[in-house]
Structure formats: C-alpha cells, structure tokens
Design a protein around this ligand. Structure first.
Ligand code: ATP
Ligand code: MG
Length: 167
C-alpha cells in the first residue's frame, strides 16, 4: 500500500488505550467500525496505523476506491469490476475506507460500497470507515442504508484539537 510520507510512522500506540482496544476488538469480532471526529483529529492517522500494523488490511481513500472501480470497469468491463470487489471483500482481513463523504460520488460507487459493507457484515469480517460527516449527513447526502449499517456497528469518536494547527 502506498502510505503518504506524513503517515509513514503512524502507529496504533499513538492513540490511547480505549481506541486501541476498540480497534483490536473490531478486528477480532469482524465488526464495522466508524471513526468520526473533526478535521485534524487523527482519523487518517488511525486508518494508516491499522493499515501498517494489521497484516492483511487494505486502505482506500473513498474517492480512490471510486476511481479504481471506474478503471476496472473501463479496462475489464463489469466482470472485472465484480472480480475486483469480490477480491477486496473476501481476501482482506480489514478493509479501511478513509474519508467517506469527502467528495460526492455517484450512486454506482455508493452501491459498490454498500455491497462491500453487506458482504463483510454477513461474513463477520472487519471494516473501518472514517468520516468527518455525521451519520445524519451520511444518511441524507450519501445513502441511508450505509448510514444505518454504520450506526448499527461501533462508532469511535476522536476528539481533541486539530493536530495540523497544533503542530
Ligand atoms: N495520535 C496521533 N499522534 C501523532 N500524530 C497524529 C495523531 N493523530 C493525528 N496526527 C497527525 O496530525 C495530522 C492530522 O491528522 P489526520 O490527517 O489523521 O486528521 P483527519 O482526522 O484525518 O483530518 P481530515 O478530516 O481533515 O481528513 C497528521 O499530520 C497526522 O499524522
Ligand atoms: Mg483524513
């Protein structure tokens, strides 16, 4: 996975015990965990730490997932797209989607995301979604079924100052 320089040393130990325990449990129990919090609170840092330290995890920025889906469709057709999604769903220990709601994606990509969420839920496989939107905003602007599944899973709220400003 291509980890940007800023997050190359991100570690789970950068977070407090409650956050680490929640992540460990979600991994073990195969839960859907939503990481929320204001900008700069460490959502991507946490996502990168999991991607670096939990073997078999895969991380996509939400927009990157959409771009990758589009590339698969254009190169391999719907069959290739299906194969790409099935491989993510089945083979990865933790699927991490960073920054859901950062960009407005089309219905097609929201359905692809819902497909991944549903599959992982039914198979008891872990998934982490980070967002700085509220679940209400996700329900209104993205998909109420995605928001409902996020609300039904574990919601982990990162609080604190914007670390970009605090330095
Ligand atoms: N627990 C932490 N320990 C050390 N550095 C951290 C920690 N959390 C965040 N940072 C650093 O603070 C900066 C902002 O964090 P990050 O990018 O994770 O915020 P974010 O919540 O994803 O914000 P946004 O909503 O804008 O995407 C980054 O440089 C990140 O590496
Ligand atoms: Mg972020």
């Amino acid at each position: 996975m291509n980890v940007p320089d800023m997050y190359k040393s991100a570690l789970l130990s950068d977070f407090g015990e409650p956050v680490k325990q929640r992540i460990r449990l979600a991994d073990k129990m195969g839960e859907l965990i939503t990481v929320t919090g204001p900008t700069g609170s460490g959502k991507t840092h946490l996502a990168m730490a999991v991607a670096r330290q939990v073997p078999g995890s895969i991380l996509f920025h939400a927009t990157e997932l959409a771009v990758e889906c589009a590339a698969q469709v254009s190169e391999w057709g719907m069959g290739g797209f299906r194969k790409f999604i099935m491989e993510i769903q089945k083979n990865e220990r933790v699927v991490i989607i960073d920054d859901l709601g950062a960009a407005k994606l089309t219905e097609f990509y929201h359905q692809a995301l819902l497909w991944i969420i549903n599959y992982r839920e039914s198979e008891g496989l872990a998934m982490i979604i980070t967002t700085n939107k509220t679940l209400e905003e996700i329900s209104e602007t993205i998909d109420d079924r995605i928001a409902s599944r996020m609300a039904g899973g574990v919601v982990l709220e990162l609080t604190g100052e914007d670390r970009r400003i605090a330095g």
